[in-house]
Design a protein around this ligand. Structure first.
Ligand SMILES: *[C@@H]1O[C@H](CO)[C@@H](O)[C@H](O)[C@H]1NC(C)=O
Ligand SMILES: *[C@@H]1O[C@H](CO)[C@@H](O)[C@H](O)[C@H]1NC(C)=O
Ligand SMILES: *[C@@H]1O[C@H](CO)[C@@H](O)[C@H](O)[C@H]1NC(C)=O
Ligand SMILES: *[C@@H]1O[C@H](CO)[C@@H](O)[C@H](O)[C@H]1NC(C)=O
Ligand SMILES: *[C@@H]1O[C@H](CO)[C@@H](O)[C@H](O)[C@H]1NC(C)=O
Length: 436
């Protein structure tokens, strides 16, 4: 076992060296309204862990992060249900999964902010922050365009738990297992080549816990303080992204803001609105096909219900797709059946369908209202670097939270373009090889 782990680490390490930081690839010149998207562990990311982790550790760490994420996504689904900290021996150090470089202030300061499709607001760690993990902080004193918003500002009614600190509007909120307290502020955000003056964001003063993205978060959902609302005239509530596979040599994907340059040939499914969870991008998942066979799933397990929060969302912050238990079990059993009886099933962390012999996996098709998305093996399986273990990269929703939500996560979105067309209330998906 020790030897296997050592070999895995070695393979991961040599992988990291072989694909070392290439400044040209990491800092391509900005083009219009398109930003490079990096995986947090990519060589281009300043947030990558200092030491290459073994494959198993990477997988397990991302899984634990997901548990915190699922808690966060589900936390307000049940009234007054407190967020239970996850019992864990490992520290969750990274919460961001995909990051983009944002220039803030005048002159500008670069921050690598996490893109989060299930959050509205933006916030960054500010100078003097107590508890922030990042050494890179936004120094508002150095920006001539910075200002704090006072308690009478209309935006002060749009944040959670607003309070008056002096005459500054402050707010606090929970994110993952962390709390943050921030001053509501404004400054110029420059995204690729687009300056957005007076962008409202939280300047973090204090935080507890370790699950905040170190250099801040850029909310891409539909709420009043999201990028979509604040840059409505510029981007018309339209954006798309392609997430790169972090283990490939082509490390950056792209976040394309606004209607210009979006794919024309793309399949759509309607976006659903849940007034109680307005930040989440719900869609109608009708069924799942494994190979050519439609899995027998009770329709009630997939049904959208605004009251309970049940249904299916696309999320950029969760890594591995989570399905509510009856759905997951049915899909997993169909998958195992297709692999065949002779291969022994093992587990790894929260993945319960792993194989130590080579397998040929069936495709999986997510059947949405009006759109079928067939996932190839790269979106379904994770392989150890040494090639000895292969797992189905999905899991059952955790049973310690209100498990009503199916989450289509980033691993299953990689190398696809997802087009969020909010004015027409639809989500498009098309294959796109933005990394190999
Ligand atoms: C955050 O706001 C809530 C509600 O106003 C309050 O109970 C809590 O103490 C605040 N937390 C911090 C850290 O200020
Ligand atoms: C937040 O606002 C308070 C009151 O105006 C101020 O004392 C503090 O320095 C501000 N903190 C940050 C991080 O901007
Ligand atoms: C949603 O769930 C609630 C609570 O279980 C139930 O009473 C209601 O009938 C459901 N709504 C729909 C449209 O199924
Ligand atoms: C999706 O697949 C299902 C089942 O195979 C099929 O019945 C349906 O027509 C397909 N829908 C679209 C939009 O292609
Ligand atoms: C990297 O991406 C470029 C286009 O963006 C493509 O031409 C090239 O083949 C890719 N390299 C690999 C190794 O996949």
């Amino acid at each position: 076992m020790k030897q296997t782990l050592f070999l895995l680490s070695l393979a991961f390490l040599s992988f990291s060296i072989a694909h070392g930081l290439n400044p040209n690839r990491c800092d391509l010149p900005n083009q219009g309204s398109t930003l490079q998207v990096f995986h947090v562990n990519s060589p281009c990311s300043p947030l990558r862990p200092p030491e290459a982790m073994s494959w198993e550790d990477t997988v397990l760490q991302l899984q634990e992060k997901d548990e915190a994420r699922l808690q966060f996504l589900s936390s307000s689904l049940v009234a007054k249900k407190s967020v239970v900290p996850i019992a864990s021996g490992r520290q969750i150090l990274q919460s961001a999964t995909y990051i983009v470089k944002v220039q803030i202030g005048t002159p500008s300061q670069s921050m690598f902010m996490a893109v989060d499709t299930s959050n509205d607001a933006a916030w960054v760690p500010c100078s003097g922050c107590v508890g922030c993990s990042s050494s890179v902080l936004f120094d508002s004193a150095k920006s001539t365009s910075f200002k704090s918003l006072d308690c009478q500002a209309s935006q002060c009614t749009q944040v959670s738990n607003p309070k008056c600190g002096g005459n500054t509007c402050t707010f606090n909120m929970t994110y993952g297992g962390s709390n943050l307290l921030a001053n509501l502020s404004q400054d110029t955000f420059t995204l690729a080549t687009d300056p957005i003056p007076g962008y409202t964001f939280g300047c973090i003063q204090t935080t507890t816990g370790t699950s905040l993205p170190p250099q801040g978060l850029l909310g891409l959902s539909r709420g009043p303080l999201s990028l979509l609302s604040q840059a409505q005239s510029l981007y018309q509530s339209t954006f798309s992204y392609c997430l790169p596979n972090f283990r490939s040599t082509n490390f950056s994907g792209s976040l394309r803001l606004g209607p210009v340059g979006q794919p024309k040939k793309i399949k759509y499914t309607p976006l659903l609105k849940n007034p109680r969870r307005s930040s989440l991008y719900y869609v109608n998942l009708i069924g799942i096909r494994v190979g050519s066979k439609i899995v027998d799933i009770p329709p009630s397990a997939l049904a959208f219900n605004a009251t309970t929060g049940a249904g299916t969302i696309f999320d950029s912050g969760t890594v591995y797709t989570r399905l509510v238990e009856p759905v997951y079990v049915a899909v997993r059993d169909a998958f195992r059946k297709r692999i065949g009886g002779s291969a022994t099933v093992t587990s790894l962390g929260g993945f319960d369908t792993c194989y130590t012999v080579p397998i040929v996996a069936p495709t999986m098709t997510f059947i949405f209202d009006g759109m079928n998305v067939t996932l190839p093996q790269d979106n379904l399986l994770i392989h150890s670097t040494a090639g000895t273990t292969t797992c189905l990269a999905m899991a059952s929703a955790p049973n310690n939270v209100n498990s009503v939500l199916n989450v289509i996560a980033s691993m299953q979105q990689q190398n696809h373009r997802l087009l969020f067309d909010v004015p027409n209330s639809r989500l498009g998906v098309a294959r796109e090889q933005c990394s190999s």
